[in-house]
Design a protein around this ligand. Structure first.
Ligand SMILES: C[S@@+](CC[C@H](N)C(=O)[O-])C[C@H]1O[C@@H](n2cnc3c(N)ncnc32)[C@H](O)[C@@H]1O
Length: 248
């Protein structure tokens, strides 16, 4: 049975869950019922990306804009990436958006075979016009492990942590830090949703906030305040570093 709940009410309800101890209770309840959300399944993503979520593979203007902001933030904080790891890479568009830095390698990881096969077919020789070595890996971010000794200057989690449990999302970002260069950054983008707020709150306890931007497209008219909008949500785009890296 589908219950239709208005967006503002749903947002308040989710705030109640994600900003209070109810979150832990719900997570435990789901674990006890062994009911993983549908979006944890690769088949669900294959179907969604073939149909109603096809714009996630790069057609949405907001993707290019968000990625351009990441490029600007990297410039602002004088980070020139040589090796990029893009978790939940979707259409792999980040590799085009960051080409200005002439990175040596780009690795895109996605749970969806459909997304990966589509990306591989567009870069059959493994290199793009800028000589960047591009590779794509079909894997969930919870199970992927970069090869031993390989480090990246930028590890991106754009619009993907949101699909993990709050605690798990932070644990995974911490796990990938073993593969972050000492001058590197973690780039995180998340849409305006109480769950994203909870993940950012937890992340900023464990990581230093290097800098970021709050961004929303003005589709129908100019506005100066963030609006609750399911189709064109606001996004926080930020760079983080493990605390220990700044202290060393
Ligand atoms: C909303 S799209 C984001 C695409 C792109 N990163 C962006 O910023 O627009 C989410 C992508 O993450 C992938 N994804 C979802 N859960 C994942 C997981 N647990 N591990 C790896 N990829 C995942 C999906 O297949 C999809 O391509």
């Amino acid at each position: 049975m589908n219950i239709i709940i208005s967006r503002p009410f749903r947002y308040r309800l989710r705030s109640l869950i994600y900003h209070t101890p109810l979150r832990t209770l719900f997570a435990k309840l789901r674990q006890a019922l062994r009911q993983p959300p549908a979006h944890e399944d690769s088949g669900w993503w294959d179907n969604a990306l073939k149909s109603e979520k096809s714009s996630y593979l790069g057609e949405a203007a907001s993707i290019g804009l968000r990625e351009a902001i990441i490029g600007e933030l990297l410039c602002q904080f004088q980070i020139t990436p040589r090796a990029i790891l893009d978790m939940g890479c979707g259409g792999g568009t980040l590799c085009r958006s960051l080409a200005q830095f002439k990175p040596e390698t780009y690795t895109g990881v996605d749970i969806s075979r459909y997304a990966i096969e589509r990306n591989i077919s567009t870069d059959a020789n493994g290199k793009n016009g800028h000589g960047m070595a591009i590779s794509f890996v079909e894997s969930s971010l919870q199970t992927y492990a970069p090869p031993n000794g390989v480090v990246f200057d930028v590890i991106a989690f754009n619009e993907v942590l949101y699909y993990l449990d709050v605690h798990e999302a932070c644990q995974q970002v911490k796990r990938y830090c073993q593969h972050l260069d000492h001058n590197g950054v973690i780039a995180v983008t998340m849409k305006d949703d109480p769950k994203s707020h909870a993940i950012f709150r937890k992340l900023t306890r464990e990581f230093d906030w290097v800098g970021g931007t709050l961004f929303q497209e003005c589709g129908s008219q100019p506005h100066f305040r963030i609006k609750m909008n399911e189709k064109s949500p606001a996004y926080v785009i930020g760079l983080l570093r493990p605390k220990s890296l700044l202290q060393s």
